[in-house]
Design a protein around this ligand. Sequence first.
Ligand code: SAT
Ligand code: MN
Length: 591
Amino acid sequence: MNEQTLGHWLAPNPAVMQWVEAQAKLCAPDRIFWCDGSAAEKEYLTERAVTEGVLVRLDQKKLPGCYYHRSNANDVARVEQCTYICTETEEDAGPTNNWLAPKAMYTKLRALCDGAMRGRTMYVVPYLMGPLGSPLTKVGIELTDSIYVALSMRIMTRMGRVAYEQLGDGAEFNRGLHCMLDINPERRYIAHFPQDNAIISVGSNYGGNVLLGKKCLALRIGSYLGRREGWLAEHMLILGVESPEGEKTFVAAAFPSSCGKTNFAMIVPPPQFKGWKVWTVGDDIAWMKPGPDGRLWAINPESGYFGAVPGTNSKSNPNAMTMIQHDTIFTNVALKPDGTVWWEGHDDPPPAECLDWRGNKWTPESKEKAAHPNSRFATPMINNPMLAPEADDPKGVPISAIIFGGRRADTLPLVYQAFNWIHGVYVGATMGSETTAAAVGGVGQVRRDPMAMLPFCGYNMGDYFRHWIGMRKKIKFPPRIYYVNWFRKDAEGKYLWPGFGENMRVLKWIVDRCRGRADADEAPLGWVPGPHCFDINGLPNFSRDTLAKLQSINYEDWRREIISHDELFMKIYSHLPKEMIFQRELLVSRL
Ligand code: SAT
Ligand code: MN
């Protein structure tokens, strides 16, 4: 394989060569491996990862092409406290981001990277975020000393020669450097330099911290570039709803991490929706830009899914269960003695014995979980039986609806529609959700997570709202905006809404609204389904009464909710667009 020397296939791009050389000089790896994205390379790297003990080969008869990885126990999720946006001024990063001056951060991290790859291999991973040839697509190169990252990047992105093809002899590419160091939380930094289109990540080897195309480039740097260039980089799935007549409607939806984006993106309509199909364009990130026809067009910049595993089963996500049967890397699930994997919420009952995500013996009597709550699968999107044919289309798909949603046990109804774009921006901006295992920290507390972008916005959140408001002028036919909450509970703590496939009922109302086919009533929060155009037929133990409970507004809860909105607004007050204050006043007066 093409170690040490530059692969003969690479037409030397001076900007790439120069930058890689400089980083190699700093990190001092023993070897440089230039990834080309070929099948032979995948085989070689996989073999090597197995030899190095980074991957465990799973039973190749039952799970062909599947491998297992355990991360360091101190390194299992994104770390928001170690994530920095190093804009020129602290105000540009805003009060919702950690900030350090670029110069200070470069100095600190270069010291940590100095000689950090001695005795190791530096993988040069060129990749595309977006389909080849799309005007929205961005090129990145990640230098990493993690073979797990190199192999995961070839699932999650269009990795290899194709990236040099898009780059040509240009110099505009994201410069990403990743050093594992000793995986020490004390020396863990995920640092973004938006004005340099650069990222340095050290001290971690976990997904969102180190697969630099994903949260770092596609969202944090992406949102910064989107504001400058007039587009939106969002933490949104994209799906296409196809009616029995073959009419396709595309929808983008923002939910915080581990709130069911992947499940919703792959939803299978229940039996009474005969002839309806839902296609996946993306499950995590949407890049959206106004098209010449006045609509908002979206691409999924990724080419794979890095989905939360626990709770995935044939009821919650049958398509995911199919797609993870082959060519998948599982991280931090439980390993069974027969070379297959298991997790809490799997269709199969707990194994009599297995190894937990830490590698310790686990039995059903164990108190700890077998799989880490943030264990993940990495699967190429081509594995998805319902992958939208448009997922590879450079022009993307036209978005008719944008959905915001959070995990809320109370206060928020099942569904409502914003009155207009600006009201919709307000609905997204004031979104809250219970925290999940996707980030290190407490789980289950409600926090404001505007547009599900709190951990991912690469600049001042107030300016981000202003950018959203400003986009209205650039989109002649703006998508309708909705809010959904699958997670409302009754007084006994039981979920009121069945969720999963049944969410299709809500999706259908949303699509019908976009198409001008469904009635709505005006309510204080927005438009809500009229009594006859929200189908609850065939839902077991579900009545119009339950629906009324799901949609009910408790004024005391809403008083508290608005006070909690105000806390976020106060925090970003100096950059908060006045439109947000007007919307607040309108909401208060409607209530
Ligand atoms: O770990 S990731 O950031 O890739 C997943 C998520 O938190 O959404
Ligand atoms: Mn995500």
